[in-house]
Every structure is written in C-alpha cells, then in structure tokens.
Design a protein around this ligand. Sequence first.
Ligand SMILES: [Zn+2]
Length: 284
Amino acid sequence: MQGGGRLPGMVTQRRRSSSASSAVTPRRSGQIEIDPAKDLISEVGRKFAKRALCVFAHPDDLEFTSGGTVARLCAEGWRVDIIVTTSGNKGTKDPSVTGQMLAGEREEEARNAAAILGASEPVFLGFHDGGTANDDELRALIVRHIRRSRPELVITWDGFRPGFNHRDHRVAGQATYDAIYPSSDDHLYYPLDKEEGLEPHRPAAMLLAGGGMAGPGAADYHVDISGHFRTKIRAILAHTSQMGGRTEADMVRMYEERRAQAPEGDDPSLPPLRESFTKVIFRR
Ligand SMILES: [Zn+2]
C-alpha cells in the first residue's frame, strides 16, 4: 500500500506538543488512535470531528471519484469543504467559447453539484487548467485552507499512482500530501497565517482517490455508496457542459451495464456502488 510506505516516518511520528492543537477542537492529552480494524470514516468522525476537506483539480473530479462518499458524509452530519485548484477553463471543441466563459460556467456547475451533495460551496484557487505545479504558492494556499477549516479527513487525488494520469490530478494529490506533511502542522511553514489567528493543524486521515484505477489491489478502502448512488449521479449531471445532454436514466443504464460486465462471483459491492481509495492515517 502506497500510503504508509511513501513516508515511513509519518505513521510513527508523535504529536510534538499540545500547542499544535486547534482552537476549534478541544485540546487533548495523549494520542488518539484510529483502530485500523474499524471503518476509517466512522473512526475519524467518532474520535476526532466530522470535518472533511476535498482537494481536486477540476470542477467535476470530486463527483466522479468521490461523489457518493461525500454524499454519505454530508448525510451523516459531516461538514465537507471543497477546494478546486483550477476552474476547468480548457476542454471544449467549440471555437467560440473562451477559457473565461468556460471557467465561469464550470464554477457554477460545481456550486450546483456541491449543493446536491450537501457540501459547502467550493473554493476555486484559479490556476489555469493544465498549468498547475506542486510549488510553494499552491501548497501555501492549501495549508491556509487546512488551518482555517481544520479538517480531520482529507480526500484528494492519488498523486502517486502509476499509469496514465492528468497532470493537474497528480499535482493536486501531491501538493495536498505535501501541504499536510510536513507543512500544515508546523508553525514555521507559512508563519504569516498566524497573524490571522490560523493555528497549525494536522488532519487525522486522508483518502486518495483514483488509486483503484491503477489496478486490482491498489486501493485498500472501499465506501459502499449504494444509498447515495442517485445523489452522485445527479451531482455528476449538474456538470451539464461536460455531460453531452445525458439524463439520469442514461447514467443509471450506463452504470448498470458496467456492473453487469463484472466477473461472476466478484465482490457484490463493485463499482458503481462502491468508491475506492488508498487510505493514509496520520498520527499526531
Ligand atoms: Zn480532472
């Protein structure tokens, strides 16, 4: 599993001191353990706080990879904030459409989708589609948001998976990973945040989306979204500029066909009724 192996020091690192605890979250003495034998989302929500942050690259990334999971979180009382690093201002074959027009349209679609899922209004960082880099500017913005919204669960692209991947997906995943460790919980990174009262913070866990696309066994955490499947479809369809006039019935049929192609005897909770991630647990 990539999560623990990428940063060997991560899972054994101890919280430096109680000074890093949040002004929002009550101060804790000692270390709170996440039981790996139990469901990660339930564990985080029960032992920490029901606050999640999703960091994706394009306005519809979240809905396709994690829409059912976010719908489930919202239905279970979580606050889910969303960062989108670009506004999806490329990707049209219509020569009369400018990047600015497309960005405005896609931001509006993402706001509608977030409302369907029950999440907060997305924050757009405004980088150009295809032009993001895992640099200090992007990491500073993500760290700032983490310190402000103090998520305990972060959902982002798996920026480390092998094989074909969009540059912006890779960058969003890696920058988010780097923003959480080592930056967001260390006051010496981006010290100006403190002047605004933003204290260091480290989330309890992270889910990396898209890992399952790298092949069987690449993902180690699966969310049953059967109770939220229609909500996911409606959120995907909110991205009307990308959906080519498809209807909810078209989408259900498409997913059912895909499901029917699954090998017999395979896990009954196969996609599309399941979303798969690689999990990363941070100790603090
Ligand atoms: Zn994308």
